[in-house]
Write a protein that binds this ligand. Structure first.
Ligand SMILES: [Zn+2]
Length: 481
C-alpha cells in the first residue's frame, strides 16, 4: 500500500512546525490541498493564513517555491515528490495547533496537506524531535487515538487515509496525567495536560457514569477504544471538539479547572462530546459523509448534529446522577433564556440558520437575523423528546429514535437526510410529528406554548418574567401538588 511519509519537526522559539512530506510516485503535475475547514466547526477555517511558504524539492535536491492553484491549494509540477512547508502554530483551543514550551499539540486538519486526487493514501508521520516515555512517569507523553509505535525513541503515527488523518489530533506534553476505564468492553482513556481537576477520583467516576448511561441507551459503541484529550492550561479558554474516536476539550485558567463551577463545565462538555461519537461522527448529515475538506459543505441538519447533542449531553448528566433534577432545571433555564432572548429565532428557522453557519454561525452577527443550532436545536430536541414520551406513555423517547438512527444509518455509514431523521422519530412515536418539523425546525413559530405544555408533561411548571433591563427570565420548577 502506498503511503505518504511526513517528517515533522518543531521550531519551538518561533512556534512553528516544519513539514517534509514524501509522496509516492505519480505522473504529471498534481494538486496539493490544505483543508479549508474542520469538522465540528461548520465555517471556512482559512488555515492557509498560517502557512509561511510551500516548496517542492526535486530529485537533485533543487528547491522551488510552489504557486497556488486556489486559496488553499498548490500546484506540484511533474517530477516533484517531496514537498516542504512551514506552519505557524501559536493558537490554543480545542480545534487548533500549538507548539510551545511544554506542549506539542496538533490538529492535522489545520496543517497537513494531501493529494486532492489520492485521498486513500495512508500517512506515516515521524515526530523526529519528540522523545516519549513508554514505561516510566518521567518525560514527555503522547496522547492520541491515532495508532503509533516508537522508532528509536521517536513516535511514528499511522493514518489509514485522509479522512482518518484529519480526524485524529494528538497532544504531547511532559505534564501529562493519564487514567483509563473499561465499559462494555470499550477502553476509555482520559489524558490531562497541565492542570488536574481537584478531585481526580470523582473526575474518573463521573466519566464512568455518563459513559455507562449513554452506552446503555445506544446499546453499542462505534469504536473499540476512545480517548478524552484534555488541555487545561493556565490561560483563558473554553472549547470542545468531537472526533471519530477521541475528543479534545480545552478549559482554563487553572483556577477555573480547580473550581466546582469549572469542573461542572468540563463534565458537561465531556458528556456532549461523547454523545457526538454516535451523533454526527456516525449519524452524520449526508453533506458531510465523507468530509469534503476542500470545499464549504453547508447542511440544514445542524439542529440534529448540535441541537440533539446539546440536549442529550445535559440530559445524560441527569440520567447518570451527576446532576439532580434541580441541576437539570438550572441547565434548562439557562438554555431557555438564551432561546427566548434571541429574536433571530423568529427570522430564520434553525434549519436555515444551520445552513448559514458557514457565513457567521459562530459569532453574534446581525442582531435578530438567525438562530443557534445549539440553543434552538436543543429546544427542538426537548420538544421532540417529550412529545414522543407523551405519545407512547413513556415507552419510547428521542433516545429510542437516536438508537434506531445509529443502527439504521450510523453503523452502515449512510449519510443522514432530514426525511430519514423525522421518519425515525415518527416511527418510534407511532404518530406524525409534521407539526414539530414544520413549525420549529423548518419554520419560525414561537415555542413558548409548546414549551409550557411539554414541561407540564414532565411534572414541571414553566413561567417567564421580564427583568428591569427588559431581559426575559425563566422560572422552572417541579409542579406543586
Ligand atoms: Zn457539539
Amino acid at each position: 500500500m502506498s503511503q505518504v511519509h511526513v517528517e515533522l519537526t518543531r521550531r519551538q522559539k518561533e512556534q512553528r512546525l516544519h513539514f517534509r512530506a514524501t509522496f509516492p510516485p505519480r505522473k504529471g503535475s498534481w494538486t496539493l490541498q490544505l483543508p479549508t475547514w474542520r469538522p465540528g466547526r461548520y465555517e471556512l477555517g482559512n488555515f492557509a493564513q498560517y502557512v509561511m511558504w510551500v516548496e517542492g524539492v526535486d530529485a537533485e535536491g533543487e528547491r522551488v517555491r510552489l504557486s497556488k492553484s486556489s486559496l488553499h491549494s498548490w500546484t506540484v509540477p511533474e517530477g516533484i515528490l517531496v514537498v516542504e512547508w512551514l506552519f505557524h502554530a501559536d493558537i490554543l483551543n480545542a480545534g487548533s495547533t500549538c507548539v510551545e514550551d511544554g506542549l506539542f499539540y496538533v490538529n492535522p486538519v489545520n496543517c497537513f496537506m494531501y493529494d486532492l486526487e489520492r485521498q486513500d493514501e495512508g500517512f506515516l508521520i515521524h515526530l523526529k524531535d519528540l522523545e516519549v516515555r513508554e514505561t516510566s512517569d518521567e518525560g514527555w507523553a503522547l496522547a492520541t487515538a491515532m495508532p503509533w509505535h516508537a522508532e528509536g525513541g521517536h513516535p511514528v503515527l499511522e493514518a489509514k487515509n485522509v479522512q482518518h488523518l484529519m480526524d485524529s489530533p494528538w497532544m504531547a506534553s511532559p505534564k501529562m496525567w493519564h487514567d483509563s476505564y473499561l465499559e462494555q468492553g470499550v477502553e476509555f482513556h482520559v489524558w490531562v495536560h497541565d492542570t488536574l481537576p481537584s478531585d481526580p477520583e470523582k473526575f474518573m467516576a463521573d466519566h464512568v457514569a455518563f459513559t455507562r448511561a449513554q452506552l446503555s441507551y445506544f446499546g453499542s459503541f462505534p469504536v473499540p477504544s476512545y480517548h478524552f484529550l484534555y488541555l487545561f492550561p493556565d490561560r483563558d479558554v473554553r472549547h470542545g471538539v468531537e472526533h471519530e474516536d477521541s475528543t479534545v476539550i480545552a478549559l482554563g485558567p487553572a483556577e477555573r479547572v480547580k473550581s466546582e463551577e469549572g469542573y461542572m463545565e468540563i463534565i458537561g462538555i465531556a458528556s456532549h462530546e461523547l454523545y457526538h461519537a454516535w451523533n454526527v461522527k456516525r449519524i452524520r448529515p449526508a453533506e458531510w459523509m465523507p468530509y469534503d475538506f476542500a470545499n464549504a459543505r453547508p447542511s440544514e441538519l445542524g439542529y440534529i448534529a448540535e441541537g440533539v447533542t446539546t440536549y442529550m449531553g445535559d440530559l445524560f448528566l441527569f440520567e447518570a446522577g451527576i446532576v439532580n433534577l434541580e441541576g437539570w432545571c438550572q441547565l434548562m433555564t439557562r438554555l431557555l433564556e438564551r432561546h427566548l432572548n434571541n429574536p433571530g429565532r423568529k427570522n430564520l428557522s434553525v434549519a436555515a440558520s444551520s445552513y448559514d453557519t458557514w457565513l457567521d454561525g459562530y459569532k453574534m452577527g446581525v442582531q435578530g437575523r438567525k438562530g443557534s443550532i445549539y440553543v434552538e436545536g436543543a429546544v427542538l430536541a426537548f420538544l421532540c423528546d417529550t412529545r414522543i414520551m407523551s405519545l407512547t406513555q413513556g415507552q419510547s423517547s428521542l433516545s429510542t429514535a437516536m438508537k434506531l438512527l445509529w443502527e439504521r444509518h450510523g453503523k452502515p455509514r449512510e449519510g443522514l437526510t432530514a426525511d430519514m431523521y423525522w421518519n425515525a422519530l415518527e416511527e418510534v412515536a407511532e404518530a406524525p410529528l409534521q407539526d414539530l418539523r414544520e413549525r420549529h425546525a423548518e419554520g419560525t413559530e414561537d415555542t413558548w406554548k409548546a414549551l409550557v405544555e411539554a414541561m407540564g408533561t414532565q411534572g414541571l411548571t414553566l413561567s417567564q418574567s421580564r427583568d428591569d433591563k427588559g431581559i426575559t427570565r425563566v422560572h422552572l420548577s417541579p409542579s406543586k401538588g
